[in-house]
Design a protein around this ligand. Structure first.
Ligand SMILES: Nc1ncnc2c1ncn2[C@@H]1O[C@H](COP(=O)(O)OP(=O)(O)OP(=O)(O)O)[C@@H](O)[C@H]1O
Ligand SMILES: [Mg+2]
Length: 358
């Protein structure tokens, strides 16, 4: 599904936004502090009920309001849907999806898969394995229905086992938790491994399309433990785990490593090349999702031109034009490369929180 409209009241600095989206590309142009990222944040909130920049959701409510409300009509080949979310300064949140009041947003997140990319996206990828795990888990969550339940149960059991390790419990005392952890961990690893196997082929073709003159990077799935079964691995790490006071092996330590010429790409590529790689990974994830489920990803891209030269910028836009159904892009000013997607695009001016079509 994709967004065909956005209404926002009391959200950040935005002033009663009421917009329609009918093109593949929507460009939001304006000065620093005008409200561009806030528009993307509003769209993101509608599918995630959280922000990509703050965990304290009170900060999303306009300084001059007690609550915010967001509303969007969603389109797809199968028909239209409506999503509305409001949140007050007391923390009361209401999610209404096609007339039904929901207690959580997971079903909307599934129906409207959204990928957010900002100027830090590639740095996050480079910095921490946890961000690469998040990338991988986003993909598996959207194709494997039981995945988030397995992952949540795994986290719960892991917390229990870690608490017992801190307390100095023996392996015998922990055995029930260890077995449960192994059982859930094997399922998670199997889901991830199947996903990565299929994903690599898609990524390879996207890479050739985006960076034809650069060597293809190798993606390697490191599952977070060694051996054929997790139970054996957990038992052999048991003494070490007790020494450290936490579980040192398992899918919570998994990583997605990317190499070129034997070196990890994020230690080797320039900032612009890392950014292009991140786009290749995210677009490949969208193509793969569509292939497996028929669902299309909406891309929210904050400050696309930053750190990309004109050739790379045009190449990224061409890639998105070929494979993405809907793309929202912010930039301080219009770039010549934006004309590349000319016919399928709409431009919006953002000034002091007012957003209007231009
Ligand atoms: N809760 C809030 N109420 C009112 N204004 C807010 C609130 N939170 C943030 N702002 C202000 O909203 C403005 C817009 O922020 P936003 O990050 O959307 O700007 P931007 O157009 O993306 O700018 P930049 O080009 O610098 O990234 C900022 O001036 C910010 O200080
Ligand atoms: Mg911004």
């Amino acid at each position: 599904m994709y967004f065909t409209s956005l209404k926002a009241d009391g959200f950040r600095n935005l002033k009663s936004v009421d917009l329609s989206f009918s093109e593949q590309f929507m460009f939001f142009l304006g000065e620093n502090g005008s409200g561009k990222t806030s528009v993307l944040e509003a769209l993101y909130f509608l599918s995630h009920a959280k922000s990509f920049r703050v965990s304290n959701l009170k900060k999303l409510i306009s300084n001059s309001a007690d609550e915010f409300s967001l509303f969007s009509c969603l389109g797809s080949d199968a028909g239209t849907s409506k999503i509305g979310v409001s949140r007050s300064s007391s923390g009361r949140q209401k999610i209404k999806y096609n007339g039904d009041v929901l207690s959580g947003i997971a079903s909307v997140s599934k129906d409207v898969p959204v990928q957010f990319l900002d100027t830090d996206a590639h740095r996050c990828f480079a910095d921490a394995p946890s961000n690469r795990r998040k990338f991988l888990d986003w993909g598996v969550f959207h194709v494997e229905h039981s995945y988030s339940r397995s992952w949540q149960s795994y986290q719960k059991v892991l917390r229990q086992r870690n608490a017992m390790l801190k307390f100095g419990s023996s392996e015998d005392e922990m055995s029930a938790w260890t077995s449960q952890l192994a059982e859930l961990g094997d399922i998670i690893t199997e889901n991830r491994s199947v996903y990565v196997d299929g994903f690599i082929d898609v990524f390879n073709s996207v890479w050739v399309e985006l960076m034809p003159s650069m060597e293809l990077p190798q993606i390697e799935f490191s599952k977070g433990w060694v051996g054929d079964n997790l139970l054996g691995s957990l038992l052999s790490c048991s003494d070490q785990d007790r020494r450290f006071g936490y579980t040192t092996c398992g899918p919570h330590r998994c990583d997605l490593k990317i190499f070129t010429d034997g070196a990890e790409v994020f230690d080797y590529y320039s900032q612009g090349q890392q950014k292009a790689l991140t786009y290749a990974l995210k677009v490949a994830q969208g193509i793969y999702l569509k292939k497996l489920t028929g669902r299309e990803v909406v891309y929210l891209i904050d400050d696309l031109p930053a750190e990309l030269d004109n050739i790379r910028l045009s190449a990224v836009l061409e890639l998105l034009a070929n494979h993405a159904s809907q793309v929202f892009i912010t930039a301080i000013e219009k770039k010549d490369s934006f004309d590349f997607v000319g016919q399928g695009s709409a431009c919006f001016d953002v000034t002091d929180g007012f957003v209007k079509s231009i």
